[in-house]
Design a protein around this ligand. Structure first.
Ligand SMILES: Nc1ncnc2c1ncn2[C@@H]1O[C@H](COP(=O)(O)OP(=O)(O)OP(=O)(O)O)[C@@H](O)[C@H]1O
Length: 568
């Protein structure tokens, strides 16, 4: 590590950072620090393996932590020097590059095999599927991003799948989501909100359409726990199936491989261990390996985890290779407060798009174009996505059907007759009763995931609480056998408000206590997200924020424990 003697004031008070070959310039931006960078030397400089465009300004927003990497001596101009910055020659970039080369070899062999039928002596038939695991703040997401950007920079046209199994730092959606995306261009590092790409743009037809095509599934919590493990398992199964389906149709996706980011909860050996198999260890890791066909697990740092996973018989029988890579010395340990700030930022940019450039770093050449009182930068700025215009409207309690998924949301067992126990599906749906005051208050500021409903998803009212022969009370949701045939399309019935006008109730037969949908809708991919920003108990209406004007694509929504208050 070296101190600031690599930083010097340049001509006309430029701030210059000189990087020696193979070194990193690391920075941590505080809440009031926004910077822009430009490369002055001829050789390339990288940020998370994306090459900085030569001579253009590259803005980096407040709260971002990261590093520039220079393989050869480089000179970079910075608009202002962050309070926390230093250079270091201890970088893991060479290890990441070696990994990338190994993955690239597999991709090329797989492509030859899939396109031209040319077999290879290693028997490679598809791109590698790699899962990164490690403790909190070990640099998992950063490693994923580097490997993805390295693959996307080769010019080979790869479209690697990126799986976000870390709902606390979701790739390109909002906290509480699991995602599968297929970026096709190197992903920039302008702000900490979306490490794997720009937030979705607002289009009425599909709220998840984005620079990076993404499918999302809603866990509604920031990490897997023993309570939501069954919902997690169901979601991961579905994600694995979505990736398999994609690969069946798309040989390039199959050859490009898959890179999976995981929750730090995966390091807990007992996470998801079931009562009927108490000896199982790392059961959610094994399940993800099976669901996605993972062939390589990369453990960051953590020696014991590496040994544990290498010895796990379930992984050995699947033939999964477990490798260990060093933790970068630059990784910043984020505290709860910083995580909360980033999570809020993620939700905000889902609705509002990229934040506008702060006046100090907006282009403007000294004019006021950069904003009131802004100095403005002279020179070209890299192209940025614009802001989005979300839309707020009111919708009736009866129109928006809010559901919760999972066992933990059902009534407490203490409410059952003495000596009874209930048998519940772990992914059962519970309708949030809008008339129950406690429920309604709990929904304020709640983020909801919208799910698509088809007529086949509707069922007749659930049969409930029948007494089993042993005298125990048994509660079951009605399953698809009870499908009620209806004629109209879901879209025709389930609409959101257009320009503030409230729609009629979805279906008159909705009883607040019953969930008239098959359980499977609780774990299917989501169409987008809304937030309940207000509740009018007298008029029985919610005020919701939606990313785009017009009809909601469905009025069935899943709640979780994710809340958001716009504090920007
Ligand atoms: N070499 C580096 N120099 C400076 N900052 C870095 C470096 N590597 C990673 N960081 C920063 O450290 C922070 C934590 O890294 P990252 O999010 O990749 O870790 P993680 O293991 O995925 O965290 P989580 O606990 O959320 O799962 C991020 O803000 C990241 O940008």
């Amino acid at each position: 590590m070296s101190d600031n003697n690599n930083v010097s004031p340049g001509p006309s008070e430029q701030i210059i950072v000189d990087l020696e070959a193979g070194s990193e310039w690391r920075f941590e931006l505080e809440a009031d620090e926004n910077i822009a960078l430009r490369v002055l030397s001829p050789d390339p400089v990288f940020i998370n393996s994306e090459e900085l465009p030569p001579a253009s300004w590259y803005p980096i927003h407040r709260h971002t932590k990261g590093a520039l990497y220079a393989p050869t001596p480089a000179r970079v101009e910075v608009t202002s020097l962050p309070a926390s910055q230093y250079t270091s020659t201890s970088t893991i970039q060479p290890q990441l590059l070696n990994l990338h080369l190994a993955l690239e070899r597999t991709r090329i062999l797989a492509k030859r095999y899939l396109n031209d039928g040319i077999a290879n002596e290693d028997g490679v038939q598809r791109g590698s599927r790699v899962m990164i695991v490690g403790p909190p703040s070990s640099g998992k997401t950063t490693v994923v991003k580097n490997l993805v950007n390295l693959a996307l920079s080769t010019g080979m046209g790869w479209t690697p799948g990126v799986v976000g199994l870390d709902p606390s730092s979701p790739s390109n959606l909002i906290p509480g989501t699991l995602s599968l995306s297929t970026p096709s261009h190197p992903i920039p590092t302008h702000h900490p909100a979306h490490p794997m790409g720009s937030p979705p743009t607002s289009t009425p037809s599909n709220m998840l359409s984005a620079d990076v095509p993404t499918i999302g599934w809603w866990l509604g919590a920031l990490e897997p726990t023993n309570k939501n493990a069954e919902v997690w398992r169901a979601l991961v199964e579905r994600m694995g199936a979505a990736w398999r389906k994609r690969c069946e149709k798309d040989k390039i996706a199959l050859a490009s491989g898959l890179i999976v980011d995981t929750s730090s909860a995966f390091t807990n050996p007992l996470l998801g261990t079931k009562k009927d198999d108490p000896k199982a260890r790392y059961s959610l890791v094994t399940q993800a390996v099976e669901a996605f066909g993972i062939d390589t697990i990369l453990v960051i740092g953590h020696e014991k985890l590496h040994i544990d996973l290498s010895r796990l018989s379930a992984l050995q029988s699947l033939g999964t290779v477990v490798l260990r890579i060093p933790k970068s010395g630059g990784v910043v340990d984020l505290d709860d407060n910083q995580r909360e700030i980033i999570n809020n930022f993620q939700v905000r940019s889902y609705f509002y798009g990229e934040p506008p450039l702060p006046p100090q770093i907006a282009p403007g050449g000294g004019s006021s174009a950069g904003g009131a009182g802004g100095m403005g930068l002279i020179g070209k700025m890299v192209g940025l996505d614009g802001g989005l215009s979300p839309y707020s409207f009111q919708i009736g309690w009866e129109t928006l059907v809010v559901l919760r998924v999972g066992e933990e949301n059902s009534a407490p067992s203490s409410a059952l007759p003495l000596g009874s126990s209930r048998i519940l599906s772990p992914t059962r749906l519970t309708r949030v009763d809008p008339a129950g005051p406690a429920h309604v208050v709990r929904l304020l500021n709640t983020v909801l995931a919208i799910v698509q409903i088809t007529p086949q998803d509707r069922i007749t009212p659930a049969k409930t609480t029948e007494l089993a022969t042993d005298g125990k009370a048994k509660t079951e949701a009605t399953d698809a056998e009870g499908v009620k045939k209806e004629t109209g399309t879901a879209e025709g019935e389930a609409g959101g408000d257009v320009e503030g006008e409230e729609e009629e109730a979805v279906a008159e037969d909705l009883d607040a206590e019953e969930v008239p949908f098959v359980e499977e809708i609780g774990t299917r991919e989501v169409l987008g997200f809304i937030v309940i920003t207000g509740i009018d108990a007298q008029k029985k209406k919610y005020t919701v924020l939606s990313p785009s004007p017009g009809k909601l694509p469905s009025t069935v929504a899943l709640a979780g424990s994710i809340e958001w208050v716009d504090s920007a």
